[in-house]
Ligand binder design. Sequence first.
Ligand SMILES: CCCCCCCCCC(=O)SCCNC(=O)CCNC(=O)[C@H](O)C(C)(C)COP(=O)(O)OP(=O)(O)OC[C@H]1O[C@@H](n2cnc3c(N)ncnc32)[C@H](O)[C@@H]1OP(=O)(O)O
Length: 316
Amino acid sequence: MSDVKEQQEEEEEKDLRSVLVTSVLTLEKIDQGLYRGSHPWVPRSNTLFGGQIVGQALVAAGLTVGKGLHAHSLHCYFVRPGDPRVPVLYQVDLVRDGRSFSVRSVRAVQHGLAIFVCQASFQLDQPSPMEHQCCMPEAPLPESLLTWAELIDKAMRDPLLSERHRLGLSKILAKDVPIEIRPVLPIDYVPGTPLEPRQLFWVRAKGHIGEGDMNMHRCVAAYISDYSFVRTAWHPHVRMPMRSMASLDHSLWFHAPFRADEWMLYECESPWAGSSRGLVLGRLWRRDGTLAVSCAQEGVFRLRQKTPGAVPASKL
Ligand SMILES: CCCCCCCCCC(=O)SCCNC(=O)CCNC(=O)[C@H](O)C(C)(C)COP(=O)(O)OP(=O)(O)OC[C@H]1O[C@@H](n2cnc3c(N)ncnc32)[C@H](O)[C@@H]1OP(=O)(O)O
C-alpha cells in the first residue's frame, strides 16, 4: 500500500474515533499525580458539564494505578460550579495500594479552589462463583427508534408549537454533543405536562472507541451517566418555575465489562424529591441484558417562587 493511501486511511480512522477519547478525556500530565483537562464543549448553563468532570477525574485516577486494575466504584461531590474559561487541574492522592484494591482521591481545582472531590476504587479482575443480577426492562431495539434529533425535528414541525418553544428546541438541536441518544419512553417536548419520574433511553458515545482499554470505556460511561440524569427528578414537577438545577453528588459502580461505543439502555428513576433536592438512581444495561453500571445522584433544585425557609440570595 502506498504511503499516501496508508496516511489517508489513518486520517479517516482518526476522524471516526470518538471525540470523547481524542479530546475530552485526554489529560495533559503536568507532574506526578497532577493533570490538566480542557473542555471542548460547554453547556448552555455556562458552567462545566458534571459528567465531563467525573470522566476526567476518573481518567486522572486511572493514570496512577497499576496495569490490570479496573475502576469498580467512585463517589463524587460537585462543590462549586466549574468555570469554562479556564482549564481544570486534577490532583490525585494515592490513598492506598493493596493486593486486590487501589484507592485514589481526586480533587479538581480551578482558581486555587476545589470545584469537585472524588474517591475512586480500582480492583484486579477477580472472577467469583457468587453472581446474581436483576433483569433488564423490556425495550424496543435502538435501531427501531428515532434519534433524539429526529424526535426534536418532528416536534418542531408541529404547527401548534409556540415560537418560544421552537427556539428552545432549535438550540437543543444545535448542540453538538458527543453522545447519541434514542429515547424509549415518550418525551414531552411541549413543557408543562408532568411526567413519571422515569427515563429510558438507548445511549452510546458517538464515534469509535474500540476494544482494549476497559478503563477508558468506564470513563466514557461516567461522562454519559450524568447526561440528563438529574432532570428525572424534575419530571413530575415541570409546572414549577425552576431557577436552576445542578447535580450535587454522583456515584457509580461498574459491574461487568462493556463498550461505551455500543448501545446501552439507560434506565433512570427518581424515588424521592424534597428539601430542595431530588434523588435519581440509574442502571446502564448492555443490550444482551447484562447489568454494566449502577448510578446514583442527588441534585439541588431551586425554584423561582419564594419558598418557606428560603434564604434570600442577598443574605448569602
Ligand atoms: C453532554 C450534554 C450535557 C448537558 C448538560 C446537562 C447538565 C447536567 C447537570 C450538570 O452537569 S450540573 C453540573 C455539575 N454540578 C455543579 O456544577 C454544581 C456545583 N456545586 C455548586 O454549585 C454548589 O455545591 C451549590 C451551589 C449546589 C452549593 O449551594 P450553596 O447554597 O451551598 O452555595 P452558595 O451559597 O454559593 O449559593 C449558590 C446559589 O444558590 C442560592 N441559594 C443558596 N441557598 C438557597 C436557598 N435556601 N434558597 C434559594 N436559593 C439559595 C444562592 O443564592 C446562590 O444563587 P446565585 O447563584 O443565583 O447567586
